[in-house]
Design a protein around this ligand. Sequence first.
Ligand code: ADP
Ligand code: MG
Length: 250
Amino acid sequence: MNDNAQQIVRMQQLNKHFGSLHVLKNIDMHITPGEVVVVIGASGSGKSTLIRCINGLEEFQSGSLEVDGNELLPNGKSGQALQTIRTEVGMVFQQFNLFPHLSVIDNVTLAPMKVRGWNRSDALEAAKRLLDRVGIADQADKYPSQLSGGQQQRVALARALAMEPRLMLFDEPTSALDPEMIGEVLDAMRELAKEGMTMVIVTHEMGFAREVADRVVFIHQGEITEEGPPEQLFDKPRHERTQSFLARVL
Ligand code: ADP
Ligand code: MG
């Protein structure tokens, strides 16, 4: 099998600094289409920075990174590849980041119309289908502030999917939610995983990680300490650091 040609993310020896802080250290991460990768680790270990590098929200200083065949260059020298990657990679944040002054449906149609050049009726039709898919078709004309956190996060998911992304990144998508709303967001993500979406998910929901992940990556102080299938990483962690992290969160 020619792995290299197939990988949607090829990250090799990536290093990222914030000033004197060395946040990501020689990270190698390869992701195959359809794979669901869950990233875990303590607060401040570099999880957000890692996934933000994948869609060019953060610059890196050395190493190589290709996303769906588009090469991102160190120190912000990526040029056109950056625009391409941002249209192909969807992201869902902890804080839903919806446009507060736009209705739900307008939140979802905006990017496909502006960036992809879809006409309004095509964008509307696709948006309605997506809202239905995440279970909030009846909220289309409301504004974000009128929705619960769980509903807002599902709008954010629909909005990202409206761009027909090749890859979806999630940064603690349920961390800002009241406990009773976590399930509805995880359900929508679970469906997406089943449909074969390639996903990189930062989460503290270990039960969910065990269930949906093809691979779990444990990061400690900017380094990948250990990675493997969930059964191995959760039940038979090899590294002492992984063991002590899991002992704290499980
Ligand atoms: P995690 O998501 O695992 O909690 P982050 O990737 O957010 O970790 O942060 C990793 C480290 O980088 C932390 O020490 C954090 O304080 C630092 N950091 C993150 N963003 C910035 C920034 N914009 N400027 C300076 N330091 C940052
Ligand atoms: Mg984070």
